[in-house]
Design a binder for this molecule. Structure first.
Ligand SMILES: Cc1cc2nc3c(=O)[nH]c(=O)nc-3n(C[C@H](O)[C@H](O)[C@H](O)COP(=O)(O)OP(=O)(O)OC[C@H]3O[C@@H](n4cnc5c(N)ncnc54)[C@H](O)[C@@H]3O)c2cc1C
Length: 392
């Protein structure tokens, strides 16, 4: 088989790349190790920066998001028993969109199938070769048969546990990493959200986040241990803990059947550069942020916009954007890394925190909620800085 761009991974990054390239008349093949059903039902992110929503809208896959997504204009920060609103739209002129990542994935798969573009689900043993040659190749096993796809370029969009990064020769990449001594216990519940906006709550017993996925689905998170035993968390215990940690922040917190629960580790990671020869890494394959700043999916979308634009230019004979792909992405990646680390540090309890540390956190929260300048800085990062012209 031969194609122009071979894409490993049918998450938001891989699917969006295939979609943007298709619109420019560039062929691609997407390879995914899971089933279609699995990727369409995988519940993860749900907060889209305005820039992300604009990209989906402009590229023709925003119709259902416009109808079903919830536009938010602020978030609530809760600490010391009091609630403070960060008025994102008033401060920045921008808004955020609540629309589940799995819905974005469904919309992108539907667009892909509608134009007849190939997605190979349930492949295994993906291997890359010839990354520094003119025509690299991807091989994989599908339904017991080994296939080989020759390409001009390969996009490694296979997430944090993917294999593409591992095919870059040793010594090329520098890895930057930070582990956090806690995780998030996340739930999805059939309960109408009682707050119009997200609530971030700093509490002595640990951080809590109250959010939603639709007018009938509540999503909530509790700071927990990285090796937390889910079996020890009955529905009753989860709701009781949410009531306490949200400190009345969702006063009439509606309880409902918990349909999904899981523990998400917290990690910061960046590899530099995000490219080698004809392989380009994008999204979680190249960087991870703790979910506190809601940046992971949004960064993946930005990488893909930069990569799609660079590939289009390369096919028109101009390769310089492709050569600078990594450099152009990393500026935004590091801004998001800092913001996500900052939000995490300000809102979570760390083992061994002493009263001094606690006062520092509270002083920072009071500044962010009390100073228009500080609130504006937080709001513009949260809603997402505008894409630089070259990143569009
Ligand atoms: C609980 C949780 C909450 C989050 N909340 C937010 C949020 O509110 N906002 C936000 O912006 N981000 C959030 N994130 C992060 C966001 O979900 C990720 O950043 C996003 O999924 C990145 O997209 P991606 O396409 O790069 O990677 P992925 O979505 O991980 O997609 C990679 C794809 O590659 C496939 N794959 C892996 N290995 C192989 C292989 N060897 N061969 C073939 N295919 C392979 C995988 O099955 C997957 O489909 C959250 C994450 C979690 C876990």
């Amino acid at each position: 088989m031969r194609t122009q761009v071979g894409i490993v991974g049918a998450g938001p990054a891989g699917l969006l790349l295939a979609h943007l390239l298709e619109r420019e008349g560039i062929e691609s093949v997407v390879l995914e190790d899971r089933s279609r059903r699995y990727v369409e039902e995988r519940v993860r992110a749900g907060l889209l920066e305005q820039g992300t929503a604009d990209v989906l809208e402009r590229s023709g896959v925003g119709e259902r998001m416009r109808r079903e997504g919830l536009v938010h204009h602020g978030i609530e920060l809760r600490f010391d028993g009091a609630s403070h609103r960060i008025a994102i739209t008033d401060l920045t002129g921008r808004s955020i969109m609540i629309y589940g990542q799995q819905e974005v994935v469904k919309d992108l798969i539907a667009a892909r199938l509608a134009c007849g573009g190939p997605i190979l689900f349930e492949v295994s043993d993906v291997a890359l070769e010839g990354l520094d040659a003119r025509s690299p190749a991807i091989s994989a096993t599908q339904a017991g048969t080994r296939i080989r796809i020759e390409c001009d370029y390969i996009a490694g969009c296979d997430g944090t546990h993917g294999v593409c990064r591992g095919f870059i020769p040793g010594g090329v990449l520098t890895h930057f990493e930070r582990e956090y001594p806690f995780a998030w216990l996340g739930i999805l519940a059939k309960a109408p959200p009682v707050s119009h906006e997200l609530i971030y709550s700093r509490h002595q017993r640990g951080f809590a986040l109250y959010t939603m996925r639709s007018p009938s689905l509540t999503r909530a998170y509790l700071q927990c241990k990285p090796d937390e035993d889910l079996a020890a968390w009955s529905d009753r215990r989860i709701w009781d803990e949410l009531h306490v940690r949200l400190q009345g922040g969702a006063k009439r917190l509606e309880e409902g059947e918990i349909v999904l629960r899981g523990v998400t580790p917290m990690r910061s990671y960046v590899c530099e550069p995000m490219q080698y020869g004809r392989l380009f890494l994008a999204g979680d394959a190249a960087h991870i942020v703790p979910p506190t700043g809601a940046k992971g999916l949004n960064l993946a979308v930005h990488d893909i916009c930069v990569l799609a634009q660079a590939l289009v230019a390369a096919y028109r004979g101009e390769r310089s954007l492709l050569e600078r792909y990594s450099e152009r992405c990393l500026r935004r990646v590091w801004r998001a890394e800092h913001f996500s680390w900052w939000m995490t540090s300000m809102l979570h309890r760390f083992d061994g925190d002493d009263p001094f540390q606690e006062r520092l956190q509270l002083a920072q929260l009071e500044y962010v909620t009390g100073s228009r300048a500080a609130a504006t800085s937080m709001a513009e990062n949260y809603a997402g800085l505008p894409y630089e012209e070259h990143g569009r």
